[in-house]
Design a binder for this molecule. Structure first.
Ligand SMILES: [Fe+2]
Length: 299
């Protein structure tokens, strides 16, 4: 199958003073470390600060507030789930965030309905900030673009749809990995409970997933061109056992559950998830983040 390494004419402009265009530097896969070569050094930031003519807006307060809150929330040992108070605080900040806070506008070419979808146009992502404890990422999905079913091992993830309309489907495992392996081995299908299967339209509230709940395995399907802001705490890290796995879901009725199966609760929906290789359509293009920068103030 022919692989298209070209971004397909997609350029996502981010406003930071004057108009600037994100350039594709490297093709990456989801869950892989984003390596983006800096094409423009920091003097642009200086210009942004010093040349008031090109700075119609100040650094958005919300993005800086988000960064400071994340640093506070995810300072514990890797994989510590934030307290309900911290989750609430982060959600409150994210709920209020606008596309402009990360340099986007609904009238950018990418988000226009007449932006004809090219065949196999990929999802694009950019990292606003990343450290060992958390990362802030933006995902751009063209209409009909899909981020296929994938998990977030030992991670807490906040997702805020900034622009567009998308369908989100999510699952949680019914059994822990240990008991699954004891009970069902060598079955390649693992039982999962459907958590969400809804259409979200921006502006909407933030959704949160946890290591064991909230829809840890999810899939995004864009109905219109979308921009999603994700807070990942901690980020994916193969070295620390947090690699990204991909799944295909099968209807519950497709396979018998056997004697040892859990009693199905009346009002829940279930599915069988089969781990698969990274699908072709999960390849993403990475672009440099050119929106308003975060200021790493002293702690
Ligand atoms: Fe995800």
């Amino acid at each position: 199958m022919k692989r298209d390494n070209n971004i397909g004419g997609v350029s996502i402009e981010m406003e930071q003073g004057g108009d600037r265009v994100g350039h594709v530097n490297k093709v990456i896969g989801y869950g892989k470390r984003v390596i983006v070569k800096k094409r423009k050094p920091y003097h642009h930031h200086h210009r942004r600060i010093h040349n008031k003519k090109t700075v119609p807006n100040k650094v958005p307060k919300a993005l800086q507030e988000l960064f400071v809150s994340c640093r506070e929330t995810f300072k514990g040992p890797g994989g510590t789930v934030p307290s309900p108070q911290d989750v609430q605080k982060l959600c409150h900040i994210l709920d209020s965030m606008k596309p402009e806070d990360v340099g986007l506008r609904s009238d950018l070419q990418f988000f226009k309905p007449e932006n004809i979808v090219k065949e196999n146009q990929r999802v694009t992502c950019t990292t606003i900030y990343s450290c060992e404890n958390f990362s802030l990422c933006l995902f751009f999905l063209p209409a009909k673009g899909v981020i296929p079913l994938h998990n977030h091992p030992e991670m807490t993830v906040f997702s805020k749809l900034l622009l567009g309309q998308m369908h989100i489907k999510s699952y949680d495992w019914v059994d822990s990995e240990v008991s699954h392996n004891l009970l069902h081995q060598p079955s390649q299908f693992r039982l999962a409970r459907l958590k969400a299967n809804n259409v979200f339209t921006a502006p909407c509230d933030t959704s949160v997933l946890y290591p064991q709940s909230g829809g840890n395995i999810h899939e995004f399907t864009a109905i219109t061109p979308c921009a999603v802001l994700d807070v990942l705490g901690p980020p994916y890290s193969k070295d620390d056992g947090r690699d990204c796995s991909f799944y295909r879901d099968h209807p519950y009725t497709a396979f018998p559950n056997g004697e040892s199966g859990k009693v199905k609760e009346e009002n829940d929906s279930y599915g069988w998830l089969e781990e698969i290789e990274m699908p072709e359509n999960s390849q993403m293009d990475g672009i440099e983040y050119l929106g308003p920068p975060i200021i790493e103030t002293a702690l």
